[in-house]
Design a protein around this ligand. Structure first.
Ligand SMILES: [Zn+2]
Length: 433
């Protein structure tokens, strides 16, 4: 799995020509119907992108403040399966995912190591790519970094001030939430309740009201800062994603993805910023994956209860880790337990044994039906547990029928398992026979 060089060039819109290369499967046909759960409406809806054959997909990337943990792995595997399903259905996917490569924890950890924040951030970026390559997560078309986008972010902050969506405060710039229609729609309840639990007294200082969040904060620490009309500092996280997403994909994007912990305040605020900047709806489908829990708590770097992704892959193997993420519906919280990993291991074994024994060729009618059921499950709001159950039926009851290897290979490719060991040692050599 030699990965190509990641594209961290970020200036300007994505070049059209480069993006037509992902999907040559059904270039002439209208894509097959897919349904997705939209956080905004809280319903599973038929998916209809702005342009008939193209999907503009933005996924919130990691902060490079540490190596990825198994919670990160779940999010990127889920959106990788979504991308594979969209491409298989006939869409060209334009996929952008950012790196937040400057923020306080990065500055702090670089200082502990005695290195520059940017050097530390680049090391963690590489750790991300290494882990994702091991799980065969397809690379995005662009990986914009916040530090490469600073001029555009500062410009956008000025535009927000000109549009009277933002105002100067003592230590930077705040966003004026009260004029933005629909603030709280993603959260699905009164944002005041959430604000009260997340806003500290210090953060409210100088704001017109407690909803207002920081777009720019002046800093005098040792980390890198940028000069602006308001002072020297760094941008807020929400502005970064709004600016990078709209710059690379346009004012309205089809799918914006991320973990459920990003719904509020990050995505709610990002949406408000983008709406004020572009006067559009910004995102058609907000798609959020469930979290990974270790015991009682969400896995997060700030809680220091993480399982490093690389360690988990070393211990269990990439196919088991990937399968563990797909055993439960992607919107449910999963518990990272030995039981989950055992089930994932057993599932992988069953599929691999069948794959090993099966023969390639044109799949028999029952196999075609089972393969189509697997594909339909994935097109129905990414129902990976149902897809895996159907595949297990195929693997146990139909593996000796002609073409079982070809059918399994197509399904395993959609789930992103086909290129992982042990499956990749058994690629059918007569796939289209
Ligand atoms: Zn984001």
């Amino acid at each position: 799995m030699a990965a190509s060089e990641p594209n961290t060039q970020s200036a300007g819109a994505l070049p059209e020509g480069d993006l037509d290369t992902h999907n040559q499967q059904h270039p002439q046909h209208a894509p097959d119907q897919i349904h997705l759960y939209n956080t905004t409406t809280r319903r599973v809806e038929p998916f209809e992108p702005i342009e008939p054959n193209t999907v503009k997909l933005y996924v919130c990337g990691i902060s490079t403040s540490g190596p990825p943990h198994v919670g990160h792995g779940r999010s990127y595997v889920v959106f990788d399966v979504l991308r594979r399903v969209l491409e298989h259905a006939g869409y060209n996917v334009q996929h952008v995912q950012n790196f937040t490569d400057i923020e306080e924890p990065i500055v702090r950890r670089a200082k502990e190591r005695g290195i520059e924040p940017i050097q530390y951030a680049r090391e963690m970026e590489q750790a991300y790519f290494d882990a994702m390559d091991r799980l065969d997560v397809l690379q995005a078309d662009a990986f914009p970094r916040v530090t490469d986008y600073m001029d555009t972010i500062i410009e956008a902050t000025q535009t927000l001030e000109n549009h009277e969506c933002a105002y100067a405060i003592d230590d930077g710039v705040a966003f004026r939430v009260c004029d933005i229609q629909g603030f709280g729609e993603l959260l699905g309840r009164d944002p005041m309740e959430a604000i009260v639990s997340t806003v500290t007294k210090d953060q409210i200082n100088g704001r017109e009201n407690p909803f207002d969040f920081v777009l720019w904060r002046n800093r005098d620490d040792v980390g890198i800062t940028w000069e602006t009309p308001w002072g020297e500092g760094r941008p807020g996280w929400h502005t970064e994603c709004a600016v990078m997403a709209t710059d690379l994909l346009g004012d309205t994007i089809d799918i914006h993805g991320g973990g459920q912990d990003l719904i509020f305040p990050h995505h709610e605020s990002e949406r408000a910023i983008a709406r004020c900047l572009t006067n559009t709806d910004f995102v058609r489908y907000w798609v959020h994956n469930g979290l990974v829990r270790l015991g009682e708590d969400k896995m997060s770097k700030s809680l220091r209860n993480t399982v490093p992704l690389n360690e988990a892959i070393n211990e269990h193997g990439p196919a088991t880790i990937r399968t563990a993420y797909l055993l439960e519906p992607y919107r449910e919280t999963i518990e990272w337990t030995p039981k989950l990993l055992d089930t994932a291991h057993d599932t992988t074994q069953t599929l691999h044994e069948a794959y090993h024994d099966a023969t390639p060729g044109e799949p028999s009618t029952p196999l075609q039906r089972l393969l189509q059921n697997t594909i339909n499950a994935l097109r129905n709001d990414l129902n990976t547990p149902h897809a895996l159950t159907t595949l297990q039926t195929l693997a146990t009851d139909h593996k000796h029928e002609p073409g079982a290897k070809t059918a399994l290979h197509e399904a395993l490719t959609l789930l992103g398992l086909a290129n992982l060991p042990p499956f990749n040692e058994e690629t059918p050599n007569d796939e289209n026979a």
